[in-house]
Design a protein around this ligand. Structure first.
Ligand code: NAP
Length: 502
């Protein structure tokens, strides 16, 4: 048994200790907190290959996928949040909304929540928890982190990473606890907010558990992304981009491409280009492989069932990678391009965690948008076109938390762009200014600055005169014409001096 394994009962003790450490941590200046977090950079730099190896062993991802989508994004997020967190936490003045309230000055202030619970999945076991823990700590919170049970070695590597920051005892806590117990343990244990990344099913269960406490949650859930290929797109680039976003990490990515919607006029040409590239993909496990294995037998079986359901419904395999067999005992599956799909097939209705894209011809933008939005998910999407104005117009109509033009998925790695979805893809945001501020409670402080005032305009004692005066203010503010506004002035003046009356 490792030191990290805990039971549900332990979580409340850990949370209480974390709260104690947090109360001191939050008193430090941002610079003092950042000084600790900065120590992580050199540690990461010294342990890159070791971290790649650990993720590879835990979930089988190709080493290049790990380096480019986990380690690189972790390093980018570290420097971004260290540099920008102070700005995101700074209290800001709020401009006057109405002249009537000339005596009030308002400010927004941001405070740490206290103890943040973070629960993350196996498919990005390093990058997802890493950036969330960094944001939480810089914002002045304590953290309890639970990673997926099949990637505990990455969890332990994260514990070592944050140990390098020389944090106060009890501030950062990595725990190993079964998923089905973690939600209730975190909620009953007293965390102040939960950041959950995982399936929509678990996210909904967690939200229901959190409801009685009205515990705030950020939920980063599944996706079944669409890519729209316009007639004027650079088809060679689009085909390469679809392959990367559809098949990297063997298609086990929340924001991976599943549905490719291609204008009819270029459908055949695009399909040919895509197929040629897919047939060259090498499925394997070394540095020269393009598509790695699935995470476990259960995932391979599920992928096979989803593909079988599509094929038995009439879908055709238009292209298949080299290597990978759905029916053998290995974890390798072929990268597939499906055509002739129907709306009812799993590739159109469910999230598929495996290397497959369906290519569908569409008449025009309206048709593409309608199919793209015909999904319970709304995580990310893309539009491929040489005309950026047209692409942006289409992008705005796609119901997804982020839409990229002539690229897909990579916005997750941009620490500055908020990430999150609509519908079953979740609530709240991670990354960027909005994501950082999810780690903070927003508070408004309103100050009365009128010298010698004895009361507010609207406080007791009430009277006919006060009613008429406030009525005049309403007429003044909503007056349909300048004449009405001027006519209301005497009434307004009639109560104006109440501020100073005893
Ligand atoms: P999952 O079953 O929901 O598990 C995710 C995490 O939640 C794991 O740590 C798991 O722990 C834990 N968990 C399981 N049941 C729980 C419960 N009742 N209460 C609290 N925590 C619980 O998801 P998955 O299948 O591992 O991960 C893949 C899913 O994550 C996909 O749907 C994918 O799209 C989504 N995802 C979304 C994003 C995003 O940014 N939107 C990013 C990556 C992945 P155990 O491992 O111990 O069960």
């Amino acid at each position: 048994m490792s030191n990290f394994q805990v039971t549900s009962n332990d979580i409340s003790t850990i949370a209480a200790q974390a709260r104690k450490a947090q109360s001191e941590w939050a008193l430090l200046s941002y610079g003092q907190r950042a000084k600790h977090i900065k120590k992580i950079g050199p540690y990461l730099g010294r342990h890159v290959d070791e971290l790649v190896e650990t993720v590879h062993k835990d979930n089988g991802k190709l080493k290049y996928d790990i380096l480019s989508t986990e380690i690189l994004s972790a390093v980018m997020s570290l420097s971004y949040y260290i540099s920008n967190g102070k700005k995101f936490m700074r209290s800001t003045g709020i401009g006057l909304g109405c002249i009537l309230m000339f005596n009030k000055i308002s400010r927004m202030v941001y405070k740490p929540f206290g103890v943040i619970g973070i629960i993350t999945p196996w498919n990005f076991p390093l990058a997802i928890p890493f950036s969330e823990v960094v944001m939480a700590l810089l914002a002045g919170n304590a953290v309890i982190l639970k990673t997926a049970s099949n990637t505990v070695n990455v969890g332990r590597a994260l514990a070592a990473i944050f140990e390098a920051a020389d944090l106060p005892k009890g501030l950062f806590n990595y725990v190993e606890i079964k998923g089905e117990e973690a939600g209730r343990a975190f909620i009953d244990g007293g965390v102040d907010k939960i950041f959950f990344t995982g399936s929509a099913k678990t996210g909904k269960e967690l939200a229901a558990l959190a409801a009685p406490r009205l515990l705030p949650l950020v939920l980063e859930l599944g996706g079944a992304d669409a890519a729209v290929i316009c007639a004027d797109a650079n088809l060679d680039k689009a085909a390469k981009g679809i392959i990367w976003a559809g098949f990297s990490s063997a298609g086990q990515i929340c924001g991976g491409i599943q549905r490719v919607l291609v204008y009819k006029s270029v459908y055949e040409k695009f399909l040919k280009k895509l197929s040629i590239l897919v047939e060259k993909l090498r499925v394997g496990d070394d540095l020269d492989s393009d598509v790695g294995p699935l995470v476990n037998e259960r995932q391979k079986q599920k992928f096979k069932e989803q593909i079988d359901a599509c094929i038995s419904g009439g879908a055709k395999i238009a292209a298949k990678s080299q290597g990978g067999d759905l029916n053998d005992q290995t974890l390798f599956a072929p990268a597939l391009v499906l055509t002739d799909v129907k709306n009812s097939m799993p590739v159109m209705t469910e999230e598929i965690f495996g290397p497959v894209v369906a290519v569908i011809p569409v008449d025009d933008a309206a048709c593409a948008i309608s199919i793209a939005n015909d999904s319970p998910y709304g995580l990310s999407g893309s539009v491929w076109s040489a005309n950026h104005t047209r692409a942006k117009k289409i992008a705005l109509q796609i119901n997804a938390g982020s839409v990229m033009i002539n690229d897909h998925l990579m916005s997750y790695a941009l620490a500055e762009t908020p990430w999150g979805g609509f519908g079953d893809s979740g609530i709240g945001r991670t990354h960027g200014k909005i994501g950082f501020q999810e780690m903070l409670k927003a508070q408004v402080v309103v100050d009365d600055i009128l010298p010698f005032s004895k009361r507010s305009l609207v406080w007791q004692p009430y009277s006919k005169k006060l009613y008429k005066g406030v009525r005049a203010i309403v007429s003044f503010l909503s007056g349909p014409s300048l004449f009405n506004r001027i006519a209301a002035v005497p009434g307004v003046m009639g109560i104006f001096f109440r501020y100073w009356k005893k």
